[in-house]
Design a protein around this ligand. Structure first.
Ligand code: DC
Length: 212
């Protein structure tokens, strides 16, 4: 049972990479950000207070797997709200079992705390990052594709705010796990980032096989 943990900053390319790696290694894939986005969406739809842990935990309890592929979860406002609800330990607790059950069957999981909290014993851990400017450009292009009217400067400001919140929250902050391999995608196409990730994963898995 192989578990590949992929963490990283917003718009670093970790989601695309996780999907490609899952296909390559014939593993299932869970984008854990969708759980927080679905929680945020439920909270927004019900006019819950995003700063109230009990109301946000109530939203997290209502998340079901069928909701995770709704395109509305990809929108900027839902993403920003996801970052806000994710600071509450009660929300993280509600979403823990789903992620651990998924990981118990093996797969690729991507998020912010996979290598540090959800799957500390993952076979391979990757941390994906890129410069804020490059990430803002990628995200700006994506949002314009969805028809959102937003400037590059606004995207960069929102991304900086999101990085700050994700990295500085008390519970399960985004950080590089001690045994994670860093891939900086600033100057890499998705294909080159994929090649770099496969190289790391194959080497780590081969070293494990030799040991056992
Ligand atoms: O990866 P994303 O942009 O879909 O994630 C949205 C927010 O959800 C992110 O800003 C922080 C939160 N999140 C988290 O706290 N832990 C995870 N494992 C995944 C996402």
């Amino acid at each position: 049972m192989t578990v590949i943990a992929i963490d990283g900053t917003f718009a670093s390319g970790k989601g695309t990479l996780a999907k490609k790696l899952a296909a390559h290694y014939n593993l299932s894939h869970l984008d854990t950000g969708k759980l927080y986005r679905a929680t945020a969406r439920i909270a927004l739809d019900n006019n819950y207070d995003l700063s109230d842990p009990a109301q946000c935990a109530k939203a997290a309890r209502q998340v079901s797997p069928e909701q995770l592929d709704d395109p509305v979860l990809k929108s900027g406002p839902v993403g920003a709200a996801a970052s806000k609800v994710s600071i509450h330990p009660a929300v993280r607790q509600e979403l823990l079992d789903f992620q651990r059950d998924f990981a118990a069957r093996g797969g690729v999981l991507d998020g912010r705390d996979i290598g540090t909290v959800i799957c500390p014993n993952a076979d391979v851990k990757l941390y994906i990052d890129a410069s804020p400017e490059e990430r803002a450009e990628r995200r700006h292009k994506e949002l314009r594709g969805y028809g959102e009217d937003i400037t590059l400067e606004q995207v960069l400001a929102q991304l900086t705010e999101r990085d700050e919140r994700d990295k500085n929250r008390a519970e399960a902050p985004l950080k590089i796990a001690q045994d994670a391999h860093l891939i900086d995608t600033t100057n890499l196409s998705i294909e080159r980032a994929f090649d770099a990730a496969v190289k790391v994963i194959d080497a780590v898995l081969a070293a494990k096989t030799t040991k056992t």
